[in-house]
Design a binder for this molecule. Structure first.
Ligand code: ZN
Length: 295
């Protein structure tokens, strides 16, 4: 499932293979991806040059001055592929950018949950869809405010595209694993130090994903992403990884390394944050505070 690192890899791919080229046309092969946008709109793209790209969370944009911006969302299985000569004909094909000089880029999506469109302004598109700030463009102050005001778990917060755009199920689990935080930890229970630590881990994990081509098999061995699919053991302590449902998704974590945050009654009540299981020896309360790990 393409998340921020994957989409950043696609952005770089377009940057290398499409920017600077003139399109002879854009052909649509599966109208469902347009979500009601008229196919005729794409006639505007003919003869226009791709001059730049942009990414916001899991959305990718390509600027064609005079026509607008192409927008891609990769759904569950979307990808881009370059071709020489004639475009591939296959059921997964959603749209094709044909270069005037021949060849082009195919947008493929076997499961067809992706989207494709042509919009006037990426900023308007992002605000119309109520997307939150991009996870890598976000600053500390913004993140602090999001976390401390949040009702609900860290896992739900990280995956909420309206709060932070770009993180999906897999990278949310990785981030919480690397931060040593239980996925169900109430977001508002994090103190300033843990918030700062989590902010740093988000950046570090997403950048690692990008640096390794968004391929989990290339990530360092201590990454959860390399172990979560095979009834895996925690790469840190060897415990069997545990699966639970959190924020409606299968969530993998290490029950030994990822604990809740011990609530500090004074600061929690000052902020008026929601309390959960605070009275009698809940696991959250007993949980020892792990230092953030920087390995
Ligand atoms: Zn562990």
């Amino acid at each position: 499932v393409p998340e921020l690192p994957d989409v950043e890899i696609f952005r770089r791919f377009l940057e290398r293979h499409a920017v600077g080229r003139v399109l002879s046309r854009v052909s649509i092969h599966d109208r469902r991806a347009l979500r009601g946008m008229p196919e005729s709109l794409f006639r505007r793209a003919a003869g226009k040059r791709v001059v730049s790209t942009r990414r916001h969370g899991k959305h990718l944009f390509a600027h064609l001055p005079g026509a607008g911006w192409l927008v891609f969302h990769f759904g569950m299985t979307g990808s881009l592929e370059r071709f020489e000569g004639v475009a591939p004909r296959e059921p997964a094909l959603v749209a094709v950018l044909h270069f005037a000089e021949g060849g082009g880029i195919a947008f493929l999506d076997p499961r067809k949950f992706g989207r494709f469109g042509l919009v006037d302004d990426p900023d308007d598109y992002v605000s119309d869809r109520s997307l939150g700030v991009d996870a890598l463009a976000m600053d500390r102050v913004h993140f602090d405010a999001l976390v401390s005001a949040r009702r609900g778990s860290l896992k739900a917060l990280l995956m909420d595209q309206g709060a932070v755009a770009g993180i999906g199920n897999l990278y949310a689990d990785e981030i919480l694993f690397q931060a040593g935080l239980h996925p169900l930890t109430p977001a508002a229970s994090l103190g300033p130090e843990r918030r700062a630590g989590l902010f740093g881990v988000i950046r570090r994990v997403l950048r690692a994903g990008i640096d390794h081509g968004a391929l989990s098999s290339r990530l360092p061995r201590h990454y959860l992403l390399r172990h979560r699919d095979d009834n895996g053991l925690c790469p840190r302590c060897g415990s069997p990884l545990r699966r639970i449902q959190a924020a409606g998704r299968t969530t993998v974590f290490c029950p030994r390394d990822q604990r809740g945050v011990r609530r500090r009654a004074s600061s929690a009540s000052k902020r008026g944050s929601p309390r959960r299981g605070s009275a009698s020896g809940s696991t959250v309360r007993k949980g020892r505070i792990h230092p953030l790990r920087s390995s």
